[in-house]
Design a protein around this ligand. Structure first.
Ligand code: SF4
Ligand code: SF4
Length: 229
């Protein structure tokens, strides 16, 4: 039986955390761990704030100049940790078919949909990301969160996130990726490119976990490169 302390101990050297946990049902489309061995529990693993940045930014993947360094680093971490736990790692960037990470996040008790078309975490607010999930054939002891989480967006009257975007990318009620990418692509020195999305930075939930500038600009540069390719 896997204990929570085992998982945390293996994640810590990578700067990774358990961001969510959920029991698995057949409708969750979690791959079998092995033929005839269905998954019963899923842990969503990733970064809270810039937790992994000191490790990743010193890694071989970050410095080797090859494409997709963070995905390759995540794959190395996930495979190594899963092997130690007798688990199976699945990744949001492998496919098609791509695994339904957002569905899983919505089913976890630690994250809810925000007004910015992304999930908001009970501790890390908008400053988190899922790097992989660990599937277990049995429910590990004490891994399910004790309390549910209600989205702070439901009681956020000022909604500073919606006014912070320089191109009003959220004014239509959903994220307008074209407005955002046109702005980001036209100004490589904008605060969004250098410090991260201004709307995310305006949210008070988990603000102490705002990404480090180098971490934020790494993601923004990768986002622009992917969108403008
Ligand atoms: S600023 Fe308020 S409405 Fe916007 S994401 Fe944060 S909590 Fe939700
Ligand atoms: S990155 Fe900047 S332009 Fe894009 S949605 Fe966020 S605030 Fe708006």
């Amino acid at each position: 039986m896997t204990e929570q302390t085992d998982v945390h101990a293996l994640l810590r050297p990578w700067g990774l955390l358990v961001l969510g946990s959920l029991p698995v049902s057949s409708e969750d489309q979690v791959p079998e761990i092995a033929p005839g061995c269905p998954a019963r529990q899923l842990l969503l693993v990733g970064n809270g704030g810039s937790s992994f940045w000191p490790v990743f930014s010193r890694s071989q993947e970050y410095h080797d100049g090859r494409p997709n360094p963070l995905d390759r680093w995540s794959k190395r971490a996930g495979d190594e940790i899963a092997l130690s736990l007798g688990s199976c790692a699945v990744y949001p960037f492998e496919g098609p078919p791509f695994q339904p990470f957002l569905r899983w996040a919505g089913k976890s008790r630690e994250a809810r949909q925000s007004r910015l078309s992304m999930f908001i975490h009970e501790r890390f607010g908008l400053w988190h990301a899922y790097r992989f999930a660990l599937a277990f054939s049995e429910s590990p002891n004490d891994l399910v969160a004790e309390t549910g989480f209600t989205s702070p967006c439901l009681e956020c009257e000022q909604k500073p996130c919606l006014d912070a975007c320089p191109v009003e990318a959220f004014s239509g009620g959903e994220y307008c990726v074209d407005s955002c990418i046109n702005y980001l692509g036209s100004d490589p020195d904008s605060p969004c490119r250098k410090l991260g999305c201004a709307s995310r930075r305006a949210c008070p939930q988990g603000a102490e976990f705002t990404y480090l500038p180098q971490h934020a600009s790494f993601h923004m540069d990768a986002f622009v490169e992917t969108q403008l390719r």
